[in-house]
Design a protein around this ligand. Structure first.
Ligand SMILES: N[C@@H](CCC(=O)N[C@@H](CS)C(=O)NCC(=O)O)C(=O)O
Length: 147
């Protein structure tokens, strides 16, 4: 059985944003059954037992038949490898490319923006990444758009 870690409770400002959600979504879309182990923020999160599963004391962490993984991107990729719906074989490189792009080129500036507020230079960075993604995905030659 697949097991995924998540928090028992998080403050309202991050509810709906915790990274176990991207793993849950991949599992749901792949149609894979899973159970959730709820971790309490604080001592349980910092415990040696939890750190053996997620070395930074964070969520999400994933376990499948004793095989343990952490880092949401690595977990989502592992799940995608099991599902032609999530990652058709002929689009594997595209999926990996966009997975890295979402974690580096998109998530990083957005996180910076969230942590530093809507000051003009950060807004510009995020708007620029957004425009570039729009332009790229609108291109008719994008491999994902070829019938
Ligand atoms: N790069 C990691 C980041 C994990 C992460 O930042 N998890 C947050 C929740 S979204 C967390 O556990 N924060 C609590 C903490 O760092 O103490 C991933 O994508 O899995």
């Amino acid at each position: 059985m697949i097991k995924l870690s998540a928090y028992k409770w998080v403050p309202p400002m991050v509810q709906g944003l915790v990274r176990d959600l991207r793993v849950r979504r991949a599992l749901e879309e792949a149609g894979l059954a899973y159970e959730v182990e709820l971790i309490a923020l604080g001592p349980q999160q910092a415990s040696a037992e939890h750190r053996a599963w997620q070395p930074f004391g964070q969520v999400p962490a994933y376990e499948e038949d004793g095989h343990k993984l952490f880092e949401s991107g690595a977990i989502v990729l592992h799940i995608a490898e099991k599902s032609a719906k999530l990652m058709p074989r002929e689009l594997r490189d595209d999926v990996i490319q966009w997975l890295f792009a979402s974690l580096n080129a998109i998530e990083v500036p957005f996180m910076f923006l969230m942590q530093n507020g809507l000051r003009r230079p950060h807004r510009r960075t995020v708007a620029r990444q957004d425009t570039r993604v729009d332009r790229h995905t609108a291109r008719p030659t994008h491999r994902g758009d070829e019938g």
